[in-house]
Structure formats: structure tokens, C-alpha cells
Design a binder for this molecule. Structure first.
Ligand SMILES: Nc1ncnc2c1ncn2[C@@H]1O[C@H](COP(=O)(O)OP(=O)(O)O)[C@@H](O)[C@H]1O
Ligand SMILES: O=C(O)[C@@H](O)C(=O)COP(=O)(O)O
Length: 418
């Protein structure tokens, strides 16, 4: 293993694994902290998918350290900590505390932070993160159910999460090229937030990070890393993608993301004739909505052209109302448990294809499905691949970050494997 990665949610892990495999690394994605003797096959990169974005910081640190120790013991020369391209976190963490702990583990004092993902319109300039044309704090991320992002200045945001110095390496330094950038990074103590607005910026930054033991960022920063191993003769040239054969079987669409993109995708799917059932956390706790009813609905639509869609996606006012009654964490967990239970019941009924929107939601669903390792297949939309669970009775999954994907994501994804 050359690169060991830890991702703080499942869709983030598949996003990163897609990037690494498209850039020529044999990449295996593991769900949860792997066993010390886990079989990583001949993987060049192992991506450990945690569900640590919104759990208490001490638990996120413990899980990340446990994963990192195994990756290092199994040969990873470089560690990558993957978080969201919209830097999803709270002032309590978990990005800063995990970076601190990983640096301590490695005995290092410096790292970088760069969530930019230009292909998905996340850019970083003067330390401010932009989503499309607006600062992060004016984007729909300001209303995220679990990690509302209300400050676009990542030097400030990360500064509130760590006691280490947080500085800025500006775009001008990136534009000076790999050598000068490496010197600028070396001159920074602590964690350097690095500007990037194009893929070329990320390539330059990646090349300057060849010797940095811990790299942190979104998935796009990882694009430049495989070339560093290749330049050292450790990795062959990029191979053609292996053919992808989706297992036969029935499918289901599940959406627990409340992002603006997912809400558009839910509306688009309905407009294209997908049968859809809304899942409501208040109705669940009051016993007005049950898993049995949802399963009946799904069964009634077994002959439709598209799988049915179960969605809890709701606008910010509706989410706020549910959270005021149930609590922020509990409202989310009720929905996650409900969708996970449906997925588990469907798997027992022979369903093999699960298309899921939302990072936390995907984590809950994949845990319930019992998947422990997945291989990366072709890209559906930037940052969203098909994945195949490993072992007998393979399942075919699409785990979509809430914010990613075109409006017709659900029907398009299904069309690719129909
Ligand atoms: N109607 C709702 N009310 C309150 N919380 C909800 C509702 N629907 C979904 N949630 C919760 O919001 C969170 C969305 O997070 P996630 O699945 O990671 O989506 P995203 O990828 O958009 O961040 C989950 O915990 C989910 O259970
Ligand atoms: O970097 C990203 O934006 C994604 O890979 C990601 O982390 C997904 O998180 P969710 O938006 O919570 O699905």
C-alpha cells in the first residue's frame, strides 16, 4: 500500500476512491475501521470510510487514529484525511481534532487543508470557500441539518477547531509553481489552508506534497498524488477501466439528504414518473408511518419502469420544525434508522441495487446492508461512482453525496444498469 486514506463519511470515501482509481491507483474502500490483518489484496490505496463527521470529536479522533495505525502498519507511506468539499463540521470539530491527532501519531507538525473541488464548483480563494458563485455561508450549506456552514473563511473555521497555528498559502504562491510552493509550505508551521480554483492548481499542489506525510482535503486534491508515486517508479501508467457488470436484481432509490441538489433530484425523478413516498420523522415517532407501510408501497410498485423512491428530503423550514420537536441529532437518526431498516428488509427480499442520496444516510444504509469492502466502478456524475460490494451476493450501490449529481441523477443512474 502506498496511500492510506481515512474519510469522515461514506460518500466522501467513494468520491476519493473514484479519484484515486481514475488516476491509476488500485483502490479498495473499506467500511469502518479495518481489522489489523484485513485482506487489502494488491491495493495501492486503501480508503477507510468512517461515519465520523458529526459524532463527538473524541470518538472521531479515536476511530481515525485506529484506522490510521492500521494503514501505517500495513505500509502506507502517506496518509490522506478526506472531508467534505464544503468543509462540513462544527466549531467542536471534527476536522481540526482529527488532523491534530493524525499529526501527533505521525510525529509531524505540518499539514495542508484544501477542500477545493473545481469540477463540482467548490473553489478556494484567499482562504474563502465558494460554492458555485457564492461564498459557502450564502450557499444552501448554511441550512445543512447537521453541519450548517455559516462562515466561509476556512482559516477562521479551522482555527476554531485546533490549537495549532492555521495559516493561508494564497493562490499567488500556488501559481509560482511546484518548487516555490513547496518552499512556501515548508515555511508554514501548523496547518496551511491552500487556495485552489482550478484542477491545474490542484495538480501543482499535489506535486508539492510528495513528501508530506499527512495531506488533508476534499477528493480533488488527491488527483495529483498518484503521479508522485509514479515518478518514483512505484506505480504503473493509468490502465483502462475494467468492465463493470451490475448484479441483476430489483432496485430502490433512498434519499435522506436535504440538500438543494437532492431536493431537485427528488422532484425531477417524480416528474419522470418515479413512484415516491415521503418519509417524515414526526410521523415515524408518532407511529403514523411504519416500515411495513413503506415496504408495501415498494412492493406495489415492483413492476414500474423505475424503482420507487423513499425520501425524507425536506426544505430548511420543515427540517427545523422536526428538529425543534425531536432534537437535531435525533431527528436525523430517526430517518437514518428508518431508511437503513428498509434497505435491510429489501436485501432480505433479494434486492441487489441501492441508489442512496446523502453521506450520513449512505453510512447508515451500507452498515445495515452489512457491506465491509467495496470496489469502485464507473463514474455516474463527478464524485459519484457505482460501487460493487465484495464477497458473495455482490450488491451494486450508488452512494451520492447530497450536493452532487445532475438533476436527473436517479433515472440516469438507473438507466446505466437497467
Ligand atoms: N426531514 C428531515 N428532518 C430532519 N432531519 C432529516 C430529514 N431528512 C433527513 N434528515 C437527516 O439529515 C441528515 C442529512 O445528512 P446526509 O445524509 O449526510 O446528507 P448530505 O449528504 O446532504 O449531507 C441525515 O442525518 C438525515 O437523517
Ligand atoms: O467532498 C464532498 O463534497 C463529498 O465527497 C462528501 O464528502 C460528501 O458528503 P455529503 O454531502 O454529506 O454526502
Amino acid at each position: 500500500m502506498l496511500l492510506g486514506a481515512i474519510a469522515d463519511d461514506l460518500t466522501g470515501a467513494t468520491d476519493l476512491a473514484l479519484t484515486l482509481s481514475r488516476n491509476g491507483m488500485k483502490t479498495l474502500q473499506v467500511v469502518g475501521v479495518p481489522a489489523p490483518d484485513a485482506d487489502f489484496g494488491n491495493a495501492d490505496a486503501v480508503v477507510v470510510a468512517l461515519k465520523s463527521r458529526t459524532i463527538p470529536a473524541a470518538e472521531a479522533v479515536a476511530q481515525s487514529l485506529a484506522a490510521a495505525r492500521i494503514l501505517v502498519e500495513r505500509g502506507a507511506a502517506q496518509l490522506y484525511f478526506k472531508y467534505c468539499s464544503t468543509f462540513d463540521s462544527t466549531d467542536r470539530g471534527n476536522i481540526g481534532p482529527v488532523i491534530d491527532a493524525l499529526l501527533d501519531l505521525l510525529g509531524e507538525s505540518r499539514s495542508v487543508a484544501c477542500p477545493a473541488f473545481p469540477e463540482n464548483a467548490r473553489t478556494l480563494y484567499k482562504g474563502h470557500l465558494f460554492v458555485g458563485d457564492v461564498p459557502l455561508s450564502e450557499s444552501p450549506m448554511k441550512d445543512h441539518p447537521l453541519t450548517p456552514m455559516r462562515d466561509s473563511n476556512l482559516v477562521r473555521v479551522l482555527g476554531r477547531q485546533t490549537a495549532r497555528p492555521v495559516g493561508l498559502v494564497p493562490l499567488e504562491a500556488v501559481h509560482q509553481g511546484v518548487g516555490p510552493l513547496r518552499e512556501a509550505l515548508a515555511a508554514q508551521g501548523g496547518i496551511a489552508v491552500v487556495d485552489a480554483i482550478t484542477d491545474e492548481d490542484l495538480r501543482v499542489i499535489g506535486a508539492a506534497l510528495a513528501d508530506m506525510r499527512l495531506v488533508t482535503g476534499g477528493s480533488a486534491l488527491a488527483r495529483g498524488l498518484p503521479q508522485n508515486f509514479r515518478a518514483r517508479g512505484l506505480l504503473p501508467a493509468v490502465q483502462a477501466e475494467a468492465a463493470f457488470a451490475a448484479p441483476k436484481g430489483a432496485g430502490i432509490f433512498l434519499a435522506g439528504s436535504c440538500s438543494a441538489a437532492t431536493r431537485r433530484q427528488v422532484a425531477d425523478a417524480q416528474a419522470r414518473g418515479v413512484a415516491a413516498l415521503k418519509v417524515d420523522p414526526l410521523a415515524i415517532v408518532e407511529g403514523r408511518q411504519t416500515a411495513a407501510q413503506a415496504l408495501d408501497f415498494i412492493a406495489a410498485h415492483a413492476g414500474d419502469a423505475y424503482p420507487p423512491l423513499l425520501y425524507s428530503s425536506a426544505d430548511p423550514d420543515e427540517v427545523r420544525a422536526a428538529q425543534e420537536r425531536l432534537g437535531q441529532g435525533e431527528a436525523g437518526e430517526i430517518v437514518e434508522r428508518f431508511l437503513a431498516a428498509i434497505a435491510q428488509a429489501l436485501r432480505q427480499r433479494g434486492y441487489r441495487r441501492f441508489i442512496v442520496a446523502g453521506g450520513e444516510t449512505s453510512g447508515a444504509v451500507v452498515q445495515a446492508l452489512g457491506a465491509t469492502t467495496v470496489a469502485i466502478g464507473p463514474e455516474i456524475d463527478p464524485g459519484v461512482p457505482w460501487v460493487l460490494t465484495q464477497g458473495p451476493d455482490a450488491l451494486c450501490l450508488a452512494l451520492k453525496s447530497g450536493n452532487f449529481g445532475s438533476d436527473d441523477f436517479f433515472t440516469k443512474a438507473w438507466g446505466q444498469i437497467r
